[in-house]
Design a protein around this ligand. Structure first.
Ligand code: B12
Ligand code: SF4
Ligand code: SF4
Length: 379
């Protein structure tokens, strides 16, 4: 089989099915990545969402029988919200990061990879393939970098010259010896904007992220948010785009190639107050199809409470007091107590004192004390 002309056929077909960029690389070990992953683990900089077995992450032969090459795909997603609803003084809104706009990208990319697998299998009956998007063992970025999709940038994203960093990545390991593409030169140059603006200092240096400080990670945790970060997350409900929005390489990058990725503005930038009491059923029905719902409603609700505190939204006080007193989950009651104290006002003091009399949970009681302390400070 002429692998070069078959590679061209695969590239052509990928365009037909809406894959915006495709690259090919060998299936040899990712040795540089291995050193990096070990270092990140030693420093406790990992998020815990990645595959824990480092060997599996860097040696494709451990997860696939006799791999010959890996295909990397990228799909561009929108960065601008059309008809974005406005946040007003009494109707404040939160924000889901761009990677959570539209239908969950895992579904969209997996469908594309499945079509590509079918095409290859049709032409080469003995072909074996294993595809993954985000949740697989491989580092999607390391594959994309080596396959020439983009460069590994200082904000730790893969940036493509055509679409900026607003691309989702997916990979396919194959037993076919496709000719590898060449990696791309780094194009960050002397720029350091992303590192300088990161609100929590999570980018410890260009290309190195301490996930434990990254807001994208913190918005996805389920417990109490450490105090240090509570005023830093702003109105982010899920994820963080700051190190991408400031990037000059993303200037003017806003692609609407995929119908499924079109955001519903009301879901990308929802009203905060209704989120506090949304039922499991309504949450699933409304947000179940977006990637930002994968951790359930609790982290989103906790973040919504912090966002109301960030806005010092006095109109939310009665609702926050109700949540502080009645929600069955300590994280939500405690975070609400903290927010009630931050927003302040007479009714905050009496409500916090009342809650202190009835509350049994030690952690919540500690949050009530913090809340009361804030009310003293602002007097
Ligand atoms: C865990 C994870 C996270 C964690 C940690 C992110 C991180 N930077 O490591 C958290 C929850 C914080 C996160 C956040 C986000 N994520 Co995420 N995440 C992942 C996941 C599952 C694993 C990433 C990983 O292994 N990181 C470990 C680091 C060490 O490796 P890496 O970044 O994969 O690979 C690079 C480095 O190792 C570097 N490197 C290797 N050796 C060396 C040596 C030196 C000296 C240096 C400087 C660098 C270096 O080069 C590699 C290639 O770029 C991947 C999916 C996957 N399976 O790969 C998605 C993925 C990386 N996430 C993605 C996205 C979209 C995001 C967010 C933008 C979402 C958001 N808006 O909130 C943010 C971006 C935050 C940021 N600045 O990185 C996309 C990235 C697409 C792209 N264009 O790069 C991915 C690929 C998912 C996908 N399939 O599309 N994510
Ligand atoms: S996603 Fe936000 S918190 Fe994380 S590195 Fe980028 S700017 Fe910093
Ligand atoms: S902001 Fe500058 S340094 Fe950061 S990723 Fe973009 S070009 Fe690179």
């Amino acid at each position: 089989m002429d692998m070069n002309s078959f590679k061209q056929e695969v590239i052509l077909y990928s365009k037909e099915i809406g894959i915006d960029k495709i690259g090919f690389t060998s299936a040899t070990a990712f040795t540089e990545l291995k050193g990096r992953l070990i270092r990140q683990q030693e420093l406790d900089y990992q998020s815990g969402f990645e595959e824990a077995d480092i060997e599996k992450r860097v040696r494709p032969e451990l997860i696939f029988d006799k791999p010959q090459s890996i295909i990397s795909i990228a799909l561009a997603y929108p960065s601008k919200l059309k008809d974005a609803p406005q946040s007003t003084k009494s109707e404040r809104r939160g924000i889901f990061c761009r990677a959570s706009w539209g239908t969950d990208y895992h579904t969209v990319l997996r469908n594309k990879l499945q079509l590509l697998e079918n095409f290859i299998k049709d032409k080469v009956p003995g072909a074996m393939m294993k595809s993954m998007v985000d949740t697989g063992e491989l580092s999607d970025r390391a594959v994309a970098e080596r396959a020439g999709i983009g460069w590994s940038a200082k904000n730790s994203m893969i940036i493509t010259p055509e679409f900026g960093s607003y691309v989702y990545l997916g990979d396919m390991i194959t037993n076919l010896p496709f000719e590898p593409d060449q990696p791309m030169e780094d194009q960050c140059g002397t720029c350091n904007k992303c590192v300088d603006v990161c609100p929590t200092g999570a980018l410890v240096q260009g290309g190195q992220l301490n996930s434990k400080r990254c807001i994208a990670f913190l918005t996805q945790t389920k417990g109490f948010l450490p105090d240090e970060f509570r005023t830093k997350i702003g109105n982010r409900l899920y994820g963080c785009d700051t190190c991408q929005t400031v990037c000059p390489k993303n200037k003017g990058m806003d692609f609407h190639f995929h119908e499924e990725m079109e955001p519903d503005p009301e879901l990308a930038k929802p009203l905060l107050k209704p989120l506090l009491t949304i039922s499991n059923r309504d949450f699933k029905e409304t947000y179940g199809h977006v990637s930002g719902s994968w951790r359930g409603k609790k982290p989103i609700q906790r973040n919504a409470i912090l966002a109301l505190a960030h806005f010092k939204d006095e109109t939310a006080l009665p609702l926050l007091i109700q949540v502080m007193k009645n929600d069955p989950r300590p994280v939500i009651r405690g975070t609400a107590a903290w927010a009630v104290g931050k927003i302040g006002q007479e009714q905050a003091v009496s409500a916090l004192e009342e809650a202190r009399m009835k509350e049994k949970d030690e952690e919540v009681l500690a949050e009530i004390e913090k809340g009361l302390q804030f009310t003293l400070e602002t007097k």
